[in-house]
Design a binder for this molecule. Structure first.
Ligand SMILES: *[C@@H]1O[C@H](CO)[C@@H](O)[C@H](O)[C@H]1NC(C)=O
Ligand SMILES: *[C@@H]1O[C@H](CO)[C@@H](O)[C@H](O)[C@H]1NC(C)=O
Length: 289
């Protein structure tokens, strides 16, 4: 598709005359592909837009509220507090309607797993028309996100971008995905893939928030010891799925499963480490280091 075309043209330009090379340099700079030049944008996130390729996410927030999808948010009563924060970051299809008192109503950024794309498409008028001022950041493995026509999630996102050209739709780049694996490996000493685990949407969201925000208030995220305390509160895994499995049961299952699990508890321990180096506060439940 477009991207491949660029690549091919760039190679061609190297073998052609100098003026042409300059012209391509100009086009590439406009497209944000200039070699290492990052003018006021965030690398690692690729805009999906029929209007052109943009390798930078143009956004910055002084303060962010990262709202977890955890059942901890039920009866949290922090909706007003969240809505006052500059940028509100949510995950996947976590709803606000009907939960405003607890989770707030604004959504500046939504970080979405490749597996949740159908859930958004099913309700596309809400997500891409009514919430057109939300920036969407999608993550997924390369087999689903590849841009050569064989990545079925990328293709679905391309269709959405064509239908709703104003909506800011980004994909986490393959390089950034690898970087995230590297972070996991550095923090845990374990190879993410070899342990049979996938990083969670929470992990990518935390990394985006660190990239994007000067300070972060994390709502509804438990600490890594929470589930081992005898008196821990029992809440649903997601605040919007009542009668579903208990959060700690889900976390324990994922922590130990051999294939395809999310290491939610390990990831929480990593966030606690990062919180010593970044301005990060944990609320409801409140915990500190
Ligand atoms: C992981 O650690 C190695 C060695 O210290 C370092 O070179 C690399 O940049 C780190 N990776 C990430 C993603 O932080
Ligand atoms: C649970 O017990 C610990 C002490 O073991 C205590 O500090 C904490 O406040 C208790 N939490 C709740 C929710 O009762």
């Amino acid at each position: 598709m477009k991207y491949q075309m660029f690549h091919w043209l760039c190679l061609l330009s190297l073998s052609l005359s100098l003026p042409l090379l300059f012209w391509f340099g100009h086009v590439m700079t406009r497209a944000g592909l200039s070699l290492g030049l990052r003018r006021g944008g965030l690398g690692g996130y690729l805009r999906i837009s029929p209007a052109g390729v943009d390798q930078l996410l143009h956004m910055h927030c002084s303060q962010c509220a990262l709202v977890s999808s955890s059942g901890q948010m039920l009866a949290a009563g922090v909706g007003e507090e969240i809505d006052k924060v500059g940028c509100v970051i949510r995950m996947n299809n976590a709803p606000t309607q009907g939960y405003e008192k607890d989770v707030g109503s604004r959504t500046s950024v939504r970080v979405v797993s490749h597996t949740s794309v159908p859930l958004l498409v099913k309700n596309e008028r809400y997500y891409f028309q009514q919430s057109a001022d939300t920036t969407y950041v999608f993550w997924g493995p390369e087999r689903n996100m590849r841009q050569d026509g064989k990545g079925h999630v990328f293709n679905a996102l391309w269709k959405i971008a064509e239908k709703y050209p104003k909506v800011q739709i980004y994909a986490v780049t393959t390089e950034k995905m690898q970087y995230c694996d590297g972070l996991f490996q550095n923090e845990t000493g374990k190879n993410r893939m070899k342990t049979g685990a996938f990083l969670s949407t929470g992990f990518f969201t935390m990394i985006l928030a660190i990239d994007l925000c000067d300070s972060i208030r994390v709502y509804g995220m438990i600490d890594d010891n929470h589930c081992s305390r005898a008196n821990h509160s029992a809440v649903p895994y997601h605040y919007y799925e009542r009668n579903r499995v208990d959060e700690c049961r889900m976390y324990r299952f994922h922590e130990h499963t051999q294939r395809g699990g999310h290491r939610f508890i390990t990831e929480k321990a990593i966030y606690a480490k990062w919180a010593t180096r970044h301005k990060m506060e944990f609320k409801h439940p409140s915990w500190s280091l």
